[in-house]
Design a protein around this ligand. Structure first.
Ligand code: MG
Ligand code: MG
Length: 244
């Protein structure tokens, strides 16, 4: 999983350098796929969920501005100055999965978008800091939610983080908010690997799915950000796997 995570991190490093006005999301996708395959890995999203009916057609999810997640790359969709773009990418290396998302500014972005990106990334790190043996899963969820609400933004409720390992989506589901009455969740143990991925809206938390069956947008049309790392609970500090 460390190696799968490193490959995903290499993709993010390369795409970060490519992001500028005029680049298309299809160009970003092609670069991501080339890097993953050059490392003898497989794009984890391509063809997901492998049912043969409206499977995801690309290596990355590229979601711009009011798009939250699951944006489909296109040669007709290019970045504009002031956009924010969330790129989510997964790789499978020798049967093990890495999964990481990041939201990038395109040139100069407005002040609210800057705060949205900072608060969402901050909530990811606040959640990671709770991923210690003896804590419960809800401690992660609470830390994420508190960080977001303290900054005046909304946590998306319909999409969540997840366990990850041999498959991209495993138990447990990792909520980014505390669901009243849902209990503490499992106690965290060394060896647990999860993808922690707050999705945060500038406005309200509600979302809807477009008619293509994939792209998720905010219901109120305001912007959304998404930051994700795959991490491992260890005996001590949590280990972030989707880094170089
Ligand atoms: Mg992801
Ligand atoms: Mg994920």
């Amino acid at each position: 999983m460390r190696e799968a995570g490193r490959i995903v991190a290499r993709v993010h490093d390369a795409l970060r350098e490519m992001i500028r006005p005029g680049v298309t999301t299809a160009e970003l996708d092609a670069r991501a796929e080339a890097i993953i395959r050059a490392h003898d890995a497989i794009p984890a999203f391509l063809g997901y969920p492998y049912t043969g009916r409206n499977d995801f057609p690309a290596t990355i999810c590229a979601s711009i501005n009011e798009e939250l997640v699951h944006g489909i790359p296109s040669p007709r969709r290019w970045l504009e100055p002031g956009d924010i773009i969330s790129i989510d990418v997964g790789a499978i290396y020798q049967g093990w999965v890495g999964d990481s998302a990041w939201t990038y500014p395109v040139g100069q972005i407005d002040e609210e978008s800057q705060r949205l990106l900072a608060a969402t990334e901050g909530s990811l790190w606040a959640g990671i800091a709770q991923a210690r043996p003896g804590h419960f899963l809800v401690d992660i969820s609470r830390a994420v939610e508190n960080h977001v609400t303290q900054h005046g933004f909304s946590v998306v409720r319909e999409y969540t983080g997840h366990g990850v390992g041999r498959r991209m989506h495993e138990e447990p589901q990792v909520l980014n908010f505390v669901r009243p009455g849902a209990g503490r969740g499992p106690r965290l143990r060394p060896g647990l690997t999860i993808a922690l991925e707050p999705m945060v809206n500038a406005g309200g938390w509600r979302t809807r799915v477009l008619s293509d069956g994939w792209v998720v947008v905010t219901e109120d049309g305001r912007r959304s950000a998404h930051f994700e790392h795959t991490i491992a609970v260890t005996e001590g500090e949590p280990e972030v796997l989707t880094v170089l």
